[in-house]
Ligand binder design. Structure first.
Ligand code: PLP
Ligand code: ZN
Length: 430
């Protein structure tokens, strides 16, 4: 039972241990293709459920619990796992009402070891680096990929080199990459420039590339939907709503769902809704004209995790939309930050880009595309503490062009009982 690499455009197949990131024949994106025929009858809902709560490596990880569908051939002793995954799925009735829905759950990927879903991909990618005998790994990053790579590389005793756009990385993420010991490089240029550079670095200097163009990352990330399904007792929701930056996550979800259906674990697909920031919306633009054109944009948004103008997994995301009868929506920074303030104030909390899920769901409900009674799962991609500066900026009304719609002010009082008594009457919580 061998997995292989398969081009999504021309169908060419390559051995699983090839050090390639796109198809050498046509430059198409690659899938890790598992032998689904051999897996028929070997995996089932009960089989994966039976591993819930185990303490055994690697199956206690929310990624490797699904090892047969992630990387069946990976030797357990090479797997670098924290373990990751096993994140909560929150029922969110108050946020559901705000979005105009009856049933909304939020899958909190910020609860991963380094605070974002990137850990699910990194365990797969760094494991493959070790399997290939690579000693140096690299990525370009808007922040979370570098934080995750830095941590996993340190655990796997590999050298990590990360590239970011100067002055554009949220403080929490930058601090993590530095602290976990990666070689950190800032470049004057945007994410898309950093991405082109790191591709050359991988090609010419032989570092192993761990951006989401690396298909082993997507194998890990698709387990987000596997876990959602387990947590919903395998009742397929009507919609899964996810932010879209480089489009690796959304692409991986559809691949995972496709495999589950082939193997008979589900009998239908949820519809996928991919939400982009208005200022970084190349997929949305393509979607609006039936993908007749493929535009690149100069990205601008306060949600830095999705500030990407030329997404690496664009073609896979288009495939994902076809498979799942999916839709693409865009939301502006005001909508993103207001949705974030709602999620934060509900006690759940997330980083700015994550709030696209709620902002997008709300917009799709008001457009009549998601219907109020449908069961919706939104994915929160990152942790609230990743970007503390933006939180303070929002609540103090100091972000240019942004209203503090749901602002929560910091109060200053004389230390007297009377002052507190007065304040408690005058200030009512929102
Ligand atoms: C990476 C990231 C995204 C974008 O995910 P893609 O798979 O690149 O579309 C969204 N939110 C957060 C917090 C991220 O770290
Ligand atoms: Zn090809």
């Amino acid at each position: 039972m061998q997995s292989l690499l398969k081009c999504i455009d021309c169908g060419a197949e390559y051995p699983i241990d090839s050090i390639i990131y796109t198809c050498p024949a046509c430059e198409g994106l690659l899938d890790v293709q598992h032998d689904l025929d051999a897996l028929q009858g070997r995996v089932s809902r009960e089989f994966f459920d039976s591993r819930l709560g185990t303490l055994e490596h690697p199956y206690r990880s929310g990624v490797w619990r699904f090892k047969e569908l992630v990387y069946p051939g990976a030797p357990d002793d090479l797997i670098v796992s924290h373990p990751e995954g096993n994140t909560n799925l929150y029922a969110a009735p108050r946020l559901a009402r705000w979005a105009g829905l009856q049933h909304l759950w939020l899958k909190h990927e910020g609860e991963n070891p380094t605070g974002s879903f990137k850990d699910r991909g990194m365990t797969g990618g760094v494991t493959q680096a070790r399997l290939l005998g690579m000693t140096q790994v690299a990525c370009a990053s808007t922040g979370n990929t570098s934080a995750s790579l830095a941590s996993y590389a340190a655990r796997g005793e590999l050298r990590a080199v990360v590239f970011f756009q100067e002055g554009q990385v949220a403080l929490g993420k930058l601090a993590q990459a530095v602290a976990y010991g990666a070689t950190c490089v800032q470049i004057p240029g945007d994410f898309d420039t950093a991405m082109r550079l790191v591709r050359q670095v991988a090609e010419e200097l032989g570092l192993y590339l761990l951006n989401s163009v690396n298909p082993f990352r997507l194998e890990g990330q698709k387990t987000i939907v596997f876990e959602i399904l387990q947590q919903l007792r395998w009742e397929v929701p009507d919609w899964i709503v996810v932010p879209g930056g480089n489009l690796g996550n959304s692409s991986s979800f559809a691949k995972g769902l496709f495999e589950l259906r082939e193997l008979g674990l589900i009998d239908r697909f949820p519809r996928l809704a991919i939400i982009q920031a208005e200022g970084a919306n190349p997929l949305y633009r393509g979607y609006r004209n039936q993908f007749a054109t493929h535009e690149r944009v100069k990205a601008k948004t306060l949600a830095t995790a999705i500030k990407i103008g030329d997404p690496v997994s664009y073609d896979k995301a288009v495939r994902a939309l076809h498979w799942t009868d999916g839709v693409v929506e865009q939301v502006c920074d005001q909508e993103i930050l207001d949705a974030k303030a709602m999620i934060d104030a509900s006690g759940i909390g997330c980083e700015p880009a994550s709030a696209c899920s709620l902002a997008g769901a709300r917009k799709l409900v008001s457009a009549g595309i998601i219907r109020p009674h449908e069961r919706v799962v939104g994915v929160l991609t990152g942790h609230i503490l990743k970007d503390p500066e933006l939180i303070v900026g929002y609540h103090t009304g100091q972000l240019e062009g942004i209203q503090a719609t749901y602002g929560n002010l910091l109060h200053r009082l004389e230390p007297t009982l009377e002052a507190v008594r007065k304040m408690l009457v005058e200030v009512q919580p929102g």
